[in-house]
Each structure stands twice: as C-alpha cells, then as structure tokens.
Ligand binder design. Structure first.
Ligand SMILES: [Zn+2]
Ligand SMILES: [Zn+2]
Length: 743
C-alpha cells in the first residue's frame, strides 16, 4: 500500500527532507519525499502500522528549526513501486501556504568550523548549514530551493556540490551553501565608491573601526552602521553624521560573557539573547558599564545583541570590543538593502564592507525585552519574520491589510492564518512608500496572492490609506474596508491570545484617527471581534501646532497650562513657559484659544510628554518615545501614592492631575505618582466593567507601566511575543475585516 503524508508548517529550508530520508533509510522503508507549495509530501510504500510508527518518530525527532502545524495521511492507488527511498526535486503547486523559515543565527557547529584552521571553511564569512543562515532575506519564491533564492547565481564547486547532494551530510540541501572557492565574497569600498584592494578585508575593517571611524557593513537583511562602542569620539561622530543626537544605539557583542560586563541579565534574558533568533534585547545597564556615554545617554537601559552571522563574529573576535551596530537608514525610514541605497548614506560612513549575495527581502534587527518573565517585542523582524499569526477560523477571503503609517507592516490572510511582513519603518517619504509596496509585492509573489479585500486605517492622510484607495480605484471589484486605529490595536492583542469574546480594551498610544475625526490615543472600549463601543477616554486637549506638538512636549504642557490658568499662564515662572519667548507664548495662546491648527486629542502618549515638560525633564524630543524612557528612569518603586482623578461623562480630565504635579516639590515623587495614577485609572475602569482586560498601543511598551499593571491586575491580557505598537495594526485590521458587522 502507498500512503501520502502531507506535512505543513515550517518544514522547508530547515533540513526536513534529509531528516525524513535518513529516518526512512534507517527503518528500511521505501518511498520518496519532496517539497511542494504546502510543505513536505512523503510517499511511503508500507503498512498503516509502519506509517503510524514513522509519524511518531517524525514528531519526536524533527529538526530543531522545524515546526509542524498538521500531518495529513491519505492512502493512494499503487501505480509505481519504489527501489529504495529518495528525495525528489521540488514541484511548485498553485496554491501556496507553506511557511517561509526565518533568518537564523550561525549555529555552534558552523562556529567551530569557522575557527578551525584545518577546515576548508576556516574564516569563511558566509559559512552556513541546514540548521543556520539566511532564509527569508534571500528567498524570491516558494518552494524554498536554491534556484528560488539569491544563491542561484553562485555555481557550487565540486566539494560543496558533493555535500549538498549527500543526504548524510549536515549541509545536505542547505540552499545557501558555499565556500571560499564558490560562494559569496567580500569587497570593500571608500565612501567615494572607489574599491579598496586588500589582502585581508576583515583585518582592514577591524583596523578602521579600531581607528575610531565608521563602517557600513552589509549583513543578513540590510546594512548596519558600525563603530567602536567604547570610543566617545567615534560614537559622537556617528551621532553627528547621522543627525541623531540622543536616540539610543544598539550594541553588538561577541558572546554572552561580554554582554554580562555591560548589563544585568536574567536567565530569561540570557536565553533570549542566545536564541537562534538573536534579537536586540533591552537590558538594565550595569553600574560599572564601560561603554561610551554617548551610546544610550540619560537612560538606564541598553540594547544588546550577540553576533549572529559569521561575518559579525569574525570582526568582533578580532576587534575584541563591542561595536555600535545601528540600522543604516535615514531616521525611521526603511533599512538600506542595496549598494545604491547605502551609497545614498556615504556621507555617514568612511568605508563600506560589501558582499555579493543579494538581499531580496529587507529585514531589520528585531528588538525585544523581558518584563515579569514575559517576552515583549518592540520590533518583529529578522529571526521572526515573516510571522504567521492565527485566525480563529478558516477563510476563503483573500485579505490584504496595509497597517498604519508609522512602524508600518503589511499582512495577507491564507486559510486560517495571517502572514505578517517584518517591520518596514515609517512611511514618511517616497522611498519608504516604495519599500512598503515592495513588501506587498513580495507577499503577493511568494504566495501567488491576489486580494479581494483591502483593509486600511481610517486616517485619510496615511500613505497606506491612500494606497488602499488606489488599489480600489484600479480594480472596482476589490472590497475596501477601513478600520479604526485603536480598535485594530485591541483586536491584534486579542488575536495573538486567541480571544474573540467581549473584553474591556485599553488602547493608549501616540495618536490615531478617531471615529469623530479627532486624534484618539487614550481610549477604553467594550468590544469583541465584531464590534466596539468607546466607553471612556482622556478629556480632549489641544495639540498646539498639530504635528509640531508631537515632537515638542512643551506644547502639550502649554495646552494644559492655558486650560488651567488662561492668559494668566503668561505670568507663571515655570520651565514650560520659560522655554518659549514671551511673544511666542502670546501667539500660541491665540492659536490655542481659536483652535487654529490645534487638533483635539485624547492621546495618553502625549500626557507622558506633558508631564516630562512640566517637570522640565525634556522640552523638545529628539526621538519618538524619549519622554517615556526618561520618565521610566526616574520612577521610584517606594512611592506608592497616586494623584486624585475624576471620571466624568466617560472622561478623565488630565488638567486636574497636571495641577497636582505643578505643586509637587520632588521630581521622582511626581513621576512615580504619575505612573501610579495611570495604573489606578485603568484599574478603576477594570473594576467598573468586570470584563477581561486587554491592552495595546505604544504606551504599553513602557516597562515601568507594564510592570505596575501586571502587579496590580495579574490576569491582564498583553501581546506576549508580539508588539503593542503600530506594527500590530495590520494584523488587527485583518481580524476586523473578517468579522466586523458594521463599520
Ligand atoms: Zn550551521
Ligand atoms: Zn564551494
């Protein structure tokens, strides 16, 4: 009898076929195995009993990087007989739902070969095997085979080919296989584009970094800008050239031991740092922290990650000190992925370490942190992307969701899952919109996907909304759905936690377009996965100057001062007031009073800004989320009091709280009481509604706030292993489009 066994999940590019081959060979079974558009297909000429035993073995011993979603067994007609067991060349299927594996950090076996002088891949910067190396970043199409990746242009040498074809070799069908002789190679350029000839390129790069200069390095999913993290003038130079005065830089270290000299690391954090996904992990700086003070100024955290490619490893091993390794991009725009793009930043770097393996799909470093033993993501990209998220039921609808405008991600639905792109960046420029479109094209191409529903935000000026409308204009048949920003946030958290029933959703973030046209961001909803009702909010206040108020906390604080004191505010001796000239204050008062370019907002993120300005912690931000990070550093666990607040007509009036902050003498007391107050406000609503509490929105990336809420409400539902910021929106939109009754 012949049985067809179809296995779905992450089973391509992870050594699954050789594993099946060896398993069958050792059990003396006859048949074949191949990749198809769904996953892996095995044909076995055996009794049902043997087949069942075989499947048990698969489940028990599957390769480390694989994940099995389902196994389907069908008996088929015996039309041919098998000689032994073989691996068949891939066939492409029309409907594709196979999972694409993520890019994986160098494994231990490759690391030891890399350092072994007798190994033919000694110091080969692109060493990989079946268990490690690039995947998503090099894939052009499914099934995952060398010819469908950017490795297709490298012809294997005899030795590599022999390994590739030998099912007993640990590089059997390792698609990115290569060596000094046949694989990708390094090259080095000056910032004027001139090629630097060098005997040993890595030594040259190490010397350049040691000399305090800046190097652009092409990695797995894009370029990094790199400099010596312990050299003040090098880090300062990078800040100056990148025009990034204070936003913290990520630091790459060689190994876990080095990281322990820089930060206090829990077991959970160590496991995360060391995992084969290798995200940047935000950690508590050590008191004797010995890096440049310009790496992460004025905050208590540091973002560390371990070398994850052989190239990074070789550089760090020779340099013997940590490096700043920050995404090569302009502010929050997408990461540079091609040589042309990195040349556009040539004023920032002194030399560029290039290689000739094309990055097909750009993918930034992931960023995570651990709070209360739970992992939260700030950016889900390399090592995690593409992310496969669950839908509660299967759908035939082909939904494309376009996300928000900041921290853009896009998603498509396939059967009962949502495929989420990696973090793309902010859609603030033409080039970033091009990146956004190319991520959509990638998903469409790989999954042979044509949308019949397109979902976007309600904000009319989001680039993603404009693009959704363009798609609708091009094809009338497409159904266009617009979903409220904060509701999408809550749905995303509900989705990752598998909840569809009624909840109290708290969505606190920067700003998003509300159903009444105002800028929401401090909302309470009673909702399920098909409808929502707003049951609470922060009382509207004016954002003086609109967009400018988002960068200038002092403008938000000023709005409250005007509300409390009217034009008497002019006479206050207060740091917020003093940061403006007296003529500015008068103009801004008129602007505020007449509501000129001063939209109404209920944003909780802006309240953090207001507090930071009133306490003179920061008046003008140089990066997003700065005030929250600075406030975190001032929190004192021993202070448990909070400010009085009232809820009237669903509204919490923050100016009442601001008044109490203004008379506070000690900044630590004020900051701590402010945090405690936000927690009390949430707790108050939670008691009132007695529903499961679900949180989402960028404000909940604040570690102090998260910690306090988890302590106060232990069964709070949070987006674990997922993001709370706008990168979650595309997922929430897809859920909404499937379930929403009325819009
Ligand atoms: Zn390996
Ligand atoms: Zn070779």
């Amino acid at each position: 009898m012949i049985f067809a066994i179809e296995i779905r999940g992450v089973v391509q590019g992870v050594g699954f076929r050789p594993f099946i081959y060896n398993l069958a060979a050792s059990s003396g079974l006859k048949g074949q195995v191949s990749n198809n558009g769904y996953g892996v297909l095995i044909l076995l000429d055996a009794t049902r009993e043997k087949v069942d035993g075989f499947i048990r073995q698969i489940r028990q011993n599957k390769p480390p990087l694989s994940e099995i979603d389902s196994i389907k067994i069908t008996q088929i007609k015996k039309t041919k007989s098998f000689e032994g067991f073989s691996i068949q060349i891939s066939k492409s299927a029309k409907l594709l739902s196979s999972k694409i594996p993520s890019d994986i950090a160098m494994c231990e076996e490759c690391e030891s070969e890399l350092s072994d002088k007798t190994n033919r891949r000694f110091e080969y910067p692109f060493i990989t095997c079946t268990n490690c190396g690039p995947r998503y970043s090099i894939i052009k199409n499914l099934p995952y085979d060398r010819k469908n990746t950017s490795m297709d242009e490298f012809i294997m040498c005899k030795k590599c080919e022999a390994e590739y074809k030998n099912p007993q070799d640990r590089r059997y069908h390792a698609q990115p296989i290569g060596c000094h002789e046949c694989g990708p190679a390094l090259s080095l350029y000056e910032s004027n584009g001139k090629k630097i000839e060098s005997e040993n390129i890595i030594d040259e790069v190490v010397q350049t970094i040691a000399d305090g200069r800046i190097v652009a390095i092409k990695g797995i999913g894009g370029y990094h800008l790199v400099c010596d993290a312990s050299n003040d003038s090098a880090v300062e130079l990078l800040r100056e050239r990148k025009r990034r005065p204070s936003k913290p830089f990520g630091v790459m270290v060689k190994d876990i031991d080095t990281s322990k000299h820089l930060a206090y690391i829990s077991e959970k954090e160590e496991a995360l740092l060391n995992s084969n996904r290798r995200p940047i992990v935000l950690l508590q700086k050590r008191d004797d922290y010995a890096l440049s003070r310009y790496v992460a100024p004025n905050i208590s955290q540091i973002g560390l990650f371990l070398a994850y490619t052989p190239l990074h490893y070789l550089i760090l091993q020779k340099l013997e000190r940590p490096i700043v390794a920050t995404s090569a991009n302009i502010s929050d725009e997408p990461l540079c992925r091609t040589y042309d793009e990195i040349m556009g930043l040539s004023s920032v770097w002194d030399c560029c370490l290039e290689h000739n393996r094309e990055i097909v799909n750009g993918c930034d470093d992931s960023v995570a942190f651990v709070e209360n033993e739970k992992i939260f993501m700030l950016r889900e990209a390399r090592g995690y992307a593409p992310l496969y998220l669950k839908l509660l039921h299967k759908t035939d609808k082909k939904i494309l969701s376009l996300g928000a405008n900041q921290k853009s991600t896009v998603a498509i639905t396939i059967e009962d899952s949502v495929v989420l792109s990696p973090y793309i960046g902010d859609l603030g420029s033409l080039s970033s919109v091009e990146h956004f479109k190319s991520h959509i094209e990638t998903l469409k191409r790989i999954y042979d996907f044509t949308p019949d529903v397109v979902v976007c935000d309600k904000h009319p000026n989001y680039e993603s909304t404009k693009y959704a409308k363009e798609l609708k204009a091009q094809n009338e048949v497409i159904e266009l759905v617009q979903v409220q920003h904060h509701y999408a946030h809550i749905l995303a958290t509900m989705g990752v936690e598998g909840i569809a029933s009624k909840v109290l959703g708290v969505s606190f973030d920067g700003t998003g377009y509300g159903d009444d046209g105002n800028l929401w961001g401090g909302e309470f909803f009673v909702c399920d996965n098909s409808s929502y009702k707003r049951v609470g909010q922060f009382k509207y206040f004016r954002l003086i100057g609109g967009e400018r108020a988002i960068k200038e906390p002092r403008r938000v604080a000023l709005s409250f001062l005007f509300e409390i004191y009217g034009d008497e505010a002019f006479k206050l001796n207060n740091q917020t007031i003093n940061s403006f000239s007296s003529s500015e204050i008068k103009t801004l008062y008129t602007v505020w009073k007449n509501g000129l370019n001063s939209p109404l907002s209920s944003s909780c993120g802006r309240l953090f800004d207001a507090v930071a300005s009133l306490l003179d912690i920061v008046q003008i931000c140089s990066y997003e989320g700065e005030s929250g990070l600075l406030l975190e550093s001032l929190y004192d666990e021993n202070i448990t009091e909070y400010y009085e607040f009232g809820v009237q007509d669903f509204e919490i009036d923050f100016s009442q709280i601001a008044k109490q902050i203004l008379v506070e003498k000690d900044v630590h007391v004020a900051v701590s009481k402010f945090f405690n107050t936000i927690v009390e406000i949430i707790y108050d609503m939670y008691k009132k509604y007695d529903l499961p509490l679900v949180l989402s929105g960028g404000v909940f990336q604040n570690r102090v706030l998260l910690r306090l809420i988890m302590r106060k409400i232990p069964d709070v539902i949070l987006p674990e292993m997922f993001v709370a910021n706008d990168a979650a929106i595309a997922y929430g939109q897809a859920i909404a489009a499937l379930n929403l009754k009325t819009l």
